[in-house]
Design a protein around this ligand. Structure first.
Ligand SMILES: [Zn+2]
Length: 254
């Protein structure tokens, strides 16, 4: 093989998905499905999401990472999981520790369905209004509550080293601490703003419009919101129809 051919072969190999989902989606031949899986670590990408940070995930044009915050929550989280399962789509959930402690069966279903289960503090306070030590204790309490709900016990290290700040209220000190501990901080690239009441149709059209502008990225939703659970089936079909591809992010420790 010539050097040029070898280089071309290497480039083609590198362009292949890390772990493409090849199995068909049961009961849904037209499913959106999950296009590829990427491992995310704090050495390569300590902070991701262009809304607040200068960098984001290494996504290709039209690739989308779906994220859901603040759950698990009775009713809405199960509806979100049902919609994702129907389309064989894997997402990332950033859990509030006390909600995971109150509804461990929902947290476990997220994991059993193949989603990434990540962290969003214990009580969802604005951490930039606390001392760094108190804020870090709150973050650690959240790690422990989620991992205890999922696995029955918690180690010093969170099983999935992904964290999103409540209200995106980060501080330089806390960002440095999390990076030093190998924890990736997730922001977002876009959102519909589902914390504001709006009809499911309005939320759907707004999210699609914003995706048309960015051509993909990390999308932030809340699985605690009824309007989000209601629009999700149509949203996933729209993604399929418009040629977006779903990327599932996993931690290097999972
Ligand atoms: Zn939140």
């Amino acid at each position: 093989m010539s050097i040029v051919k070898a280089a071309l072969a290497a480039a083609l190999t590198a362009a292949q998905p890390v772990a493409a989902q090849t199995a068909p989606c049961p009961g849904n031949p037209d499913a959106l499905a999950t296009s590829r899986v990427i491992t995310v670590d704090a050495v390569t990408t300590p902070r991701v999401g262009l809304k607040h940070f200068p960098a984001t995930l290494p996504l290709a044009d039209m690739e989308v990472v779906l994220t859901f915050d603040d759950g698990p929550w009775p009713g809405t989280t199960a509806a979100v999981l049902d919609a994702l399962r129907r389309e064989c789509v894997r997402a990332t959930f950033f859990l509030v520790g006390r909600n995971a402690a109150a509804h461990p069966e929902l947290a476990k279903r997220e994991l059993a369905d193949g989603h990434t289960v990540a962290h969003h503090s214990f009580r969802h306070p604005l951490l930039n209004r606390m001392s760094p030590a108190a804020a870090e204790a709150e973050i650690d309490h959240g790690f422990a509550a989620v991992d205890t709900a999922l696995y029955g016990h918690a180690a010093k290290w969170p099983r999935t080293p992904f964290f999103r700040f409540p209200g995106f209220a980060a501080t330089p000190v806390l960002l440095d601490r999390l990076a030093a501990r190998g924890i990736v901080v997730f922001g977002a690239d876009l959102w519909a703003g589902d914390w504001t009441p709006m009809s499911p149709n309005r939320e759907l059209s707004r999210t699609i419009e914003r995706l048309e502008a960015t051509h993909g990225g990390i999308v932030l939703f809340h699985d605690t919101k009824r309007q989000t659970a209601a629009m999700l089936p149509a949203f996933l079909r729209s993604l399929k129809a418009e040629g977006y591809r779903i990327v599932h992010v996993i931690g290097s420790a999972t």
